[in-house]
Design a binder for this molecule. Structure first.
Ligand SMILES: Cc1cc2nc3c(=O)[nH]c(=O)nc-3n(C[C@H](O)[C@H](O)[C@H](O)COP(=O)(O)O)c2cc1C
Length: 154
């Protein structure tokens, strides 16, 4: 399993922060030790897995997150990437989310082992979102440390 996990995220409105709390909860339930930091607070990359998450604003992940991924330190590190966005309108979801994730993956100097997206769900959907995010955290913590399979998108 991934014993030590770092989650690096940024947020403007707080949705991504909340999602990160749920991912942390899921990973911790599987026994992982999880640190959560904003990009400029990261002092060490000595983790089994580095999870990087950004909301999408005007068709782009946040600059702070792109800068973090472009930084040299991730070379050979295992990385999981997620975006938080609406992207559901006009039936464009899969196409746009794929583009957002491809953009981030292009920036990333590490070994991307997983990519996915989350909605900023409100009202009754929030509870389902919570469960989905907790499950994602559990899944990340349960990945074998040696795994470097192709990225997959939910
Ligand atoms: C000004 C603005 C622009 C946005 N642009 C996009 C966009 O281009 N594509 C998309 O899928 N979602 C877009 N969104 C939705 C956000 O990604 C979504 O609200 C997200 O949950 C914000 O995350 P945060 O609360 O962590 O900052 C936009 C939201 C705002 C307020």
């Amino acid at each position: 399993m991934m014993g030590r996990i770092l989650i690096v995220y940024d947020t403007k409105g707080g949705t991504t922060w909340e999602i990160v709390q749920w991912i942390r909860e899921g990973a911790a339930a599987k026994g992982a030790r999880v640190d959560v930091k904003s990009p400029n607070a990261v002092t060490s990359l000595d983790y089994d897995l580095i999870v990087v998450g950004s909301p999408i604003y005007n068709d782009r992940p946040m600059r702070s997150i792109r800068n973090f991924l472009e930084g040299k330190g991730l070379h050979n590190k295992k990385v999981a990437i997620f975006v938080v966005c609406f992207a559901g309108i006009f039936g464009m979801r899969n196409f746009m989310v794929r583009k957002y994730l491809d953009d981030l993956q292009e920036d990333c100097d590490g070994v991307v082992i997983k990519t996915t997206s989350f909605d900023s769900a409100m009202g009754p959907w929030r509870k389902i979102n919570r469960d989905v995010c907790i499950d994602f955290g559990k899944e990340l913590a349960s990945l074998p440390p040696g795994r470097a399979a192709a990225a997959e998108t939910a």
